[in-house]
Design a protein. Structure first.
Length: 290
């Protein structure tokens, strides 16, 4: 990574953008948490534990705790004597946390799709295999990035806060990791639309319909976020590389949490019960699985 004059306009711009988008992300994260905590209590706290509820809590609170590190990076004054080493450690640790966070998101989407396809084992095994392969690629990308950082020459930081530019080599590994999520998200998106077309319920009402419509909208938004993040890594000027990473990570977690809260809307369950009684089927299995 090339050295840059800390007082140059380019570095001032880098600092500005690297602080702006994480600040927006943190605002969205904590505002959404405050707005939905009552729904979480009502729909998850007093129910028996299931894979869906465990993944919901992991998704919800992992991102809250992990982004305290982002707050630290934004406000902490790091002494010059330890800035280089400390910032690299923080950046590596943050990439690991983001990878873990996206892994939880992927598991939530997998579980939801499994429920949407009525526990079809072929769908489950296909998605598990795809997720396992993707996880291996992400781990390889993160460790390759860490190795590249260790062997890179010393940097000159813009201030006593962590604002290192990202080299093209580092950006490539990060883009690969996000590309894995884009491919997985695209697969989930296609499966959701196919199920909607097959059931012919894409624009009607009820639990299945909520899963279809929420899934289509949310996965579409997530795909756009992932795509923008990849573009900023591969095609943006140095000062802009990776500026959407924190925001994309937050949005993916927030949207998935919202989706899982919507699935347990009591109003949808009541409607499902009415339809199930008429059809003679169980009403709550899909809701509990999702």
């Amino acid at each position: 990574m090339s050295q840059v004059n800390p007082s140059s306009p380019a570095m001032a711009q880098l600092t500005s953008y690297q602080h702006l988008f994480p600040t927006i992300a943190l605002t969205v994260l904590y505002y959404d948490f405050a707005q939905t905590i009552h729904l979480e209590v009502e729909r998850y706290w007093f129910r028996s534990l299931s894979w869906a509820s465990v993944l919901f809590f992991l998704n919800r609170y992992n991102v809250l705790l992990a982004h305290t590190l982002v707050v630290y990076e934004l406000v902490a004054e790091i002494p010059d004597s330890v800035t280089q080493c400390r910032c690299r450690q923080l950046q590596t640790f943050r990439q690991i946390l983001i990878g873990l966070s996206q892994g939880i998101v992927a598991l939530c989407l997998l579980l939801r799709t499994h429920a949407l396809y009525r526990r079809n084992r072929r769908v489950l095994y296909s998605l598990v295999g795809m997720l396992t392969l993707g996880a291996a690629v992400v781990v390889w990308s993160i460790f390759s990035l860490h190795s590249l950082q260790e062997h890179s020459p010393p940097d000159t930081t813009v201030s006593s806060r962590c604002s290192f530019p990202i080299s093209m080599h580092q950006a490539t590994f990060l883009a690969i990791a996000w590309g894995v999520m884009l491919v997985f998200d695209g697969t989930i998106f296609v499966l959701t639309l196919l199920q909607g077309i097959r059931s012919d319920r894409l624009w009607s009402h009820g639990l299945l319909d909520c899963m279809l419509k929420d899934g289509a909208v949310y996965f579409g938004v997530l795909a756009i976020c992932y795509l923008f993040t990849i573009i900023t890594y591969l095609d943006a000027p140095t000062a802009y590389r990776g500026i959407f990473t924190t925001l994309t990570n937050v949005l993916s977690n927030v949207l998935v949490s919202r989706m899982m809260l919507n699935i347990r809307d009591p109003g949808l369950l009541e409607l499902r019960i009415m339809r199930s009684r008429a059809a003679g089927t169980a009403a709550s299995s899909t809701q509990e699985d999702a």
